[in-house]
Write a protein that binds this ligand. Sequence first.
Ligand code: CA
Length: 239
Amino acid sequence: MPIDTFKFSAPASADILIVEDEPKMAELLQTYLTAAGYASRWISDGREALPQVRSRMPDLILLDVMLPGCDGWQICRELREFSDVPVLMLSARIGEEDRLQGLELGADDYICKTPFSPREIVARVKAMLRRRQRDTPAAASSTALSIDHELHSASIDGVTLNLTQQEYRLLKALAAAPGRVFSRDQLLDKLHDDYRAVTDRAVDSHIKNLRRKLEPFFDGRNVIHAIYGVGYKFEITEP
Ligand code: CA
């Protein structure tokens, strides 16, 4: 199989990213989402949306259309180049043209902000998350790490990791056997096909960089654990 995908369970509660420049609306949305059991983050500048998504993939995005910096259409278009996270667009007015434009750009659903009904928005969010869960039962509230053996690349929830070849090889070995402890020597063997004069300290330095690149996808948690005097293992611990 050219691509292996490993699934890891994540906290059950969904994480919702709100991109909205009106503080009162955002605050109201957060209140209702919290009451419904969801965690949420809020940003008001359109330019911050994609960096936020890349630093930690949300389970759903509430995306306003009219935003300072970069509008919701543009964000949606760029987002779809690397992620299929559900997007609910919030628009002040929704004409047929808006709907069509949004659909073409990959938005999943729309809601009109006038009249503003946070209750309805939460109901739609629930429905979208349920639909998502039904479509991808195994991926429901879990993090998926994919290893592409042909391209020698790895991705998490569809976001390609920017790894060196050494980091890719280490991750491939560790993630294929979660919980198994690998010695530095074993990992060193994975680093190069041919013999090279590298020390096992090289493993430590690659592991350090790999950890730094993985942490944003696991809410800042470390997933590559050092076992004192032995080596390393890949394991996702509950927060
Ligand atoms: Ca707005």
